[in-house]
Write a protein that binds this ligand. Sequence first.
Ligand code: NDP
Length: 446
Amino acid sequence: MKTSEVIADLKRRFPNEPEYHQAVEEVLTSIEDVYNKHPRFERYNLIERLCIPDRIFAFRVSWVDDSGKVRSNMGYRVQHNNAIGPYKGGIRFHSSVNLSILKFLAFEQTFKNSLTTLAMGGAKGGSDFSPRGKSDMEIMRFCQAFVAELWRQIGADTDVPAGDIGVGAREVGYMYGFYKKMAREFTGTFTGKGLSFGGSLIRPEATGYGNCYFLLNMLATRGIDIKDKKVAISGAGNVATYTAQKLLSLGAKVVSMSDSGGSVIAPDGFTREQFDYIFELKTYMGGRLHEVPERFPELKYYPGERPWKLVKCDIAMPSATQNELDGSDAEALLAGGCFAVSEGANMPSTPEAVHRFIDARILYAPGKAANAGGVATSGLEMAQNSQKLSWSAQEVDNRLREIMAGIHDRCVEFGREDDGYVNYVNGANIAGFMKVADAMMAQGIL
Ligand code: NDP
């Protein structure tokens, strides 16, 4: 297998899907040597079968808005690979959603889920519907129309969706409710559910907390203490806010947060009161970060800007969306003394930024390793649903810590280079790939 040839072929067959090409190229570059050491893989054309999704559902979702107008959006589910377990991956509702983005996310999800060691294949779904500015009833009607199309393709042992950008507990609740009505069964077909109907404690916190646990493991390899370290975070949604919450409890200083309108900066770190306000504003009040200085005039808001060039930090944790940190942002971070990057979002750093981090030999954790705590805890929710049991917050949190430490160990095992540097990108890709490849080979050509 030659990465350049596979990518050229994918570009020819699936043009106009840049995010998908980007994600595939990164993984194939990492695994090329390992793959070529196993001639059996090539005989079974494993690479093509691993890069192209098992199947994709695309459908129209029609719904009625509050004014009585009929609206239509596109809905999708990409079932990428189920060699090691049922398809599993979130649903994204955002105006930017298209097949390229969902194919990249489903591809990444396959390796991430493999890394967790839990029995979960990879999938992703979503719609170009944006919940922003919609009423609660509009969101409910949309979720129901979306699931009216999707429900036949999913199931507790078939395909288990969860949340992602624009899909939180409210949307999962509406989708699960309608699924239950159509399928006439009460099973764990969605994760991220409310606690009263099968949800798991710590699931909302899990991606952000898990990223912090991964970061602690990375810092420990260089004997660095997190206390008083300045951390720049992007995003102000589920992943970003729980990352910030955990960092504050660990004694770190969170110096930035952002939303799609701009960034709010605190060069010496947000106080607990300031963070609690941001959390309330973004999580429960549907607010925007530009409102923050009205309450705390000492905090500066930068419209339309990402945090990376606005403030110095020791650590960066991009937690908003893909390709939100480019080569020049990476330069600015490195020039400011940043020595660790741990990704909460999926593929937030462009390839150029990743190269700069690795060339500079800083600690750099790709999203598929660092943000795997979310899906891992979804796996724990599935296990609890199967047992019809609920575990305590402590138990789930302990398992999450163990899983993140295990992922870190596998990245070190597969990613250590001759000079001792741990290349977490290679480590995560190779470790994730080997398990899926082994299962695919054993199961024959499907
Ligand atoms: P949320 O919808 O809760 O929050 C997303 C945040 O990012 C919001 O603050 C949003 O701004 C901002 N944002 C979204 N799109 C853009 C954009 N194009 N430009 C600038 N800012 C943007 O999503 P999550 O926190 O759940 O997800 C964030 C990232 O983490 C995604 O990459 C997701 O795939 C990844 N992830 C999420 C997991 C989870 O468990 N939720 C698990 C693993 C990965 P605004 O408030 O203005 O909309």
